[in-house]
Design a protein around this ligand. Sequence first.
Ligand SMILES: [Zn+2]
Length: 257
Amino acid sequence: MILTSISILNDNYVWILYDSNSFCIIIDPGVAENVIKKIEKKRWKPIAILLTHNHTDHVGGVKEIIKKYPDIIVFGPEETKKNNVNKIVKKGDKIKLLENEINVFFTPGHTLGHVSYYLKPYFFCGDTLFSGGCGRVFENRFVDMYQSINLIKFLPEKTILCCSHEYTLSNLIFSMSILPFDKKIKNYYKKIKKIISKNKKSLPVYLKTERKINIFLRTDEEIIKKSMGLEKYKSDLEVFILLRKRKDNFLIGAKRD
Ligand SMILES: [Zn+2]
């Protein structure tokens, strides 16, 4: 399957997988218009929609897409069922599509019922993990989010992460405020700044890269505790929670991201 993405809204990506017969799978269509336009232009034949969680910027386009392509099958977790979902998915499910097997991972934290989809090597993680950061934790489920992120962390390093938002640059700015002397983060920031200034995308990204530059995947490192002024005995989970809370209140310019 070949991967591509469509930019929608301010900073969302709708991911699309298509094969040599022009069949395609759409992941998290937050709006329909640009998606339908691209499908028509490429003459793709959409067969399925995969939803990660029930936020409008991920599910908002489903209704219009299925109006246009009524045979499409919509997969999604329980929380998305009111968006014309035909097949509710849960942890451990295997979806067979276009001779591919897609594994459903339960990755709660951003929402209570968030799922991710793994079609090797692509991992569609919705708003669980971002490049250089992670999703906001609604409903106060920090333990869930920590576990979800760690589940992703230990996938094969060649896994290609398909995150739903272009937040990389602001995530790296936050990371540099925590670890100002980290060369890997600094260099990656420079690289991404160039990419973004050319109106290009920083995603998808290899998990191997994320393990180096994403501080939310590095909460086991002593240097992070030290930089945050935390006592040695703090657990990785406690570090994660404090880090995420700091990010919630971090301002870039006048904007909270
Ligand atoms: Zn969301």
